[in-house]
Design a protein around this ligand. Structure first.
Ligand code: SF4
Length: 60
């Protein structure tokens, strides 16, 4: 199963990942995205990681 992580020191909180998959990503009060769940049945998490403007989402 894919393991998703975010480098919080690089994330700029743009919200793109959350818009793409709010089941997995949430930009919280600290201004950076957090992982809510490792799984989404319908999203391609690698595609979302590739669309992050600062490339701080890793799918391994
Ligand atoms: S797309 Fe990338 S920079 Fe934007 S909120 Fe998500 S993790 Fe942060």
């Amino acid at each position: 199963m894919a393991k998703v992580s975010i480098d919080a020191s690089t994330c700029v909180g743009c919200g793109l990942c959350e818009q793409s998959c709010p089941e997995v990503f949430e930009v919280q009060g600290d201004g950076v995205a957090h992982i809510k769940s490792q799984n989404c049945g319908s999203c391609n998490l690698q595609e979302i990681a590739d669309s992050c403007p600062v490339n701080c989402i890793k799918v391994s």
